[in-house]
Structures are given as structure tokens and as C-alpha cells.
Design a protein around this ligand. Structure first.
Ligand SMILES: Cc1ncc(COP(=O)(O)O)c(C=O)c1O
Length: 368
């Protein structure tokens, strides 16, 4: 069920042409009900501590199924920033292998965390987003390679297969930031990279404050994070303060009290995606993107990168003004880097695409 068959579960579409899933997925009846269930449980039972642990495990299982991973290889996180900070806390940047290779398309948090590791001896190398540029930078001095899956600023889909191949060839760890694609484009965690991170705010249709980190099978034993907390302990119910005893599984990257309300929402959001199936969503979105690109061509609009994923970035002379102008037509979009961002998802329809195109045609003066 995609397009008009699912749309009435997302009230925003009553009044708006919502094409902003790259910022935040639309709120569904299911996610609203999940928040209510959390509040009702709080009212009825007070602290449902054991139930929270169970809900955390439900979220872990849902992420694992989505990514084709085992639940033992998935950590529950509150943000991609927390996940990546935990990951790098388990790496050493001393000696010969101290480089982190990132691309210019990385989300700011990735670049900022990489540069923070300079305080621990790391050297950051920033490259253009193509595999050739990564190839020139990755060598035996590389500890970590980071690549976004879909660029938040241009919509470009990175060739993560090729980049992961380069990382493996040189014994470097590969981190994939899948936030801008997971939920709309299939991604098998173990094939994509050593570590895959993402979260629920965008194509997973839930709220801020819940993310995940999936590790390649077998990797967890090699990583001992020093960013930690009691939920990372071998047995959270032990409540011991005598030693650091990280869990044998990826739970060693969990840290403090799980983000319980967001977990309720996240399980519901991922549930909607799983019920439709990511391949079906991808096929639907591809059709919408093709229609959009054809229409953009007709009105003489230019895209920032060939749109191969759900995010189409349209060049503008004044992107904030264009966001405001299309909002006059009830089109909700966003902007980054002189581009209007239009992202399409399971609930969008041909009519949405046509409304975006009509609004852009009216605002042709703001197209670059
Ligand atoms: C590619 C990408 N990575 C990460 C994030 C967010 O990171 P965090 O969960 O740390 O806020 C975003 C959000 O906009 C994003 O687009």
C-alpha cells in the first residue's frame, strides 16, 4: 500500500503537499497512537522499567530486520552523533594508522566528530564524493572511512559498494551514514559497510531521539567503547559499580536510559515501513522521481546531482526564498546549499509531484 492508499494515515496531507521527508517524515496515526500508548502505560502503571527494556529490544529487532542484521549486532542510540562518537571512542588513532577519510557530502556531525579525534591523534582527509577520490586517499594509514549513503545537500547516492571495497582492501573500517536513505532505499547493513548508522526522524517516519548502529557480524568483539553507560553492561539488572564489563553484543554501545517515548514511536514508524516493504517503497519513489525530473526538465530547472534516490535537489538563486514561495502554494519543502530539497516517500503521489512542478513553474524566477 503506497501513495493514495496509505495517505489518509498521515493527517498533514489534508492541507499540505508534504515533500520534506528528508527533514522529518510525516506523522502517522500509528506513531501518534504509539505515543499515547506510552503515556497511558505511564498513567496506569507508573515506571514500567522492565517493559522499557523489552520495548528497547523490540526496537533493536525492528532495526535488525530492516537492515538484514542480527539483533545482537545492533545498538540503540539517541542520535547518529552519539552512535558515531561511541564508535570512534572504540578506535585508536595512534601510530601509523591514524587517518579518517570523509567526503565533502558528509553530514556536519560526521566531519565534526572526525575533527574532534584530532585531539586524540587522528588526521582527517576530506575528499570529493566519488570512489576515485576515496581511492586516492585510502591507504595503510587509514583507520576509518566515512561515506554518506545519500547526500543531505545534493541528493547524490554514493557508490558505497565501491568505497567499502577500497576500505576493505586497505584494512580500514567503513562507516556508512544511511540516514538519508534507509526506509526508502533497501540497504543490507553487512554488505554496505562495517558500521551503518541512521535514525528514525526521516524515512522511518518517527521522531527525534532514536537512532541505531549496525555492526558487521563479528566486529563487536574487536571494539571496546570508552563512551559507555549502564545499559551497555553485560547485565543491566546487576547494578554493579566494581568494573567495566561491556556486553558481549552490540549492546555494549547502548549507554544510558533508553529514549523510551521515541522507542515507542520508532517501533511504530519502522512497522509502517516494514508492512509496505522497502523494495515496494523504492519502486514507488522511483516512479515519482522520474515524473519530477521529467517535469523539471520541461520548466528548465536544474538538479544538483542525478537523482537516484528519494531526494531531489533543485538549484535555486535563493533557496530560502524559494522554500517560502512554494509554501504559499502549501508545498512543504526545505533547502540546503542553494538547493530546494524535494524528497519523496511512500505517501507521496503523482498529484504531489504535479503540485510541486506547478509551484516551481510559478516561481521560475528563483530557479538557477
Ligand atoms: C545524513 C544525516 N546524518 C545525520 C543526521 C542527524 O544526525 P543526528 O542524529 O546526530 O542529529 C542527519 C539529519 O539531518 C542527516 O541528514
Amino acid at each position: 500500500m503506497v501513495g493514495s492508499a496509505i495517505r489518509d494515515r498521515f493527517p498533514v496531507f489534508r492541507d499540505k503537499v508534504y515533500v520534506n521527508s528528508c527533514s522529518q517524515g510525516a506523522l502517522s496515526d500509528a506513531v501518534r497512537a504509539a505515543y499515547e500508548e506510552y503515556l497511558d502505560g505511564w498513567d496506569e502503571n507508573g515506571a514500567e522499567w522492565e517493559h522499557w527494556v523489552e520495548r528497547s529490544e523490540a526496537a533493536r529487532a525492528a532495526f535488525a530486520a530492516l537492515l538484514g542484521a542480527s539483533a545482537d549486532d545492533v545498538a540503540i542510540q539517541t542520535s547518529v552523533s552519539a552512535a558515531v562518537s561511541g564508535l570512534v571512542s572504540a578506535l585508536q588513532f595512534r601510530g601509523e594508522r591514524n587517518r579518517i577519510v570523509i567526503s565533502e557530502n558528509e553530514f556536519p556531525t560526521i566531519g565534526q566528530i572526525a575533527h574532534a579525534q584530532e585531539l586524540r591523534g587522528a588526521e582527517v582527509v576530506q575528499v570529493e564524493p566519488e570512489p576515485e577520490a576515496y581511492a586516492a586517499a585510502i591507504d595503510e594509514r587509514t583507520a576509518l572511512v566515512a561515506s554518506t549513503f545519500v547526500s543531505f545537500r545534493t541528493g547524490a547516492v554514493h557508490d558505497i559498494d565501491a568505497i567499502y571495497g577500497l576500505a576493505r582492501e586497505h584494512g580500514a573500517l567503513m562507516l556508512v551514514d544511511g540516514y538519508q536513505g534507509i526506509g526508502a532505499v533497501p540497504l543490507g547493513a553487512a554488505r554496505a559497510g562495517d558500521v551503518v548508522v541512521g535514525g528514525t526522524v526521516k524515512y522511518l517516519l518517527a521522531s527525534a531521539g532514536l537512532s541505531f548502529m549496525a555492526l558487521r557480524p563479528g566486529l563487536v568483539e574487536e571494539l571496546v567503547p570508552v563512551q559507555t553507560g549502564w545499559f551497555a553492561d553485560e547485565n543491566v539488572f546487576d547494578m554493579q559499580i566494581e568494573r567495566y564489563r561491556p556486553h558481549r553484543s552490540a549492546r555494549r554501545f547502548d549507554a544510558g536510559t533508553p529514549p523510551v517515548p521515541n522507542i515507542y514511536a520508532g517501533v511504530a514508524g519502522v512497522g509502517l515501513i516494514a508492512a509496505v516493504g522497502v523494495p515496494a517503497i523504492q519502486a514507488h519513489v522511483r516512479g515519482l522521481v522520474e515524473r519530477l525530473v521529467a517535469g523539471l526538465d520541461e520548466i528548465g530547472a536544474r538538479v544538483a546531482a542525478p537523482p537516484l534516490g528519494p531526494l531531489v535537489c533543485i538549484r535555486s538563486t535563493d533557496a530560502p526564498a524559494l522554500v517560502a514561495a512554494v509554501a504559499e502554494d502549501d508545498v512543504i519543502a526545505s533547502e540546503r546549499d542553494s538547493n530546494l530539497r524535494v524528497s519523496l516517500h511512500l505517501y507521496n503521489t503523482d498529484e504531489d509531484v504535479d503540485a510541486v512542478l506547478a509551484s516551481l513553474a510559478r516561481n521560475r524566477a528563483l530557479l538557477a
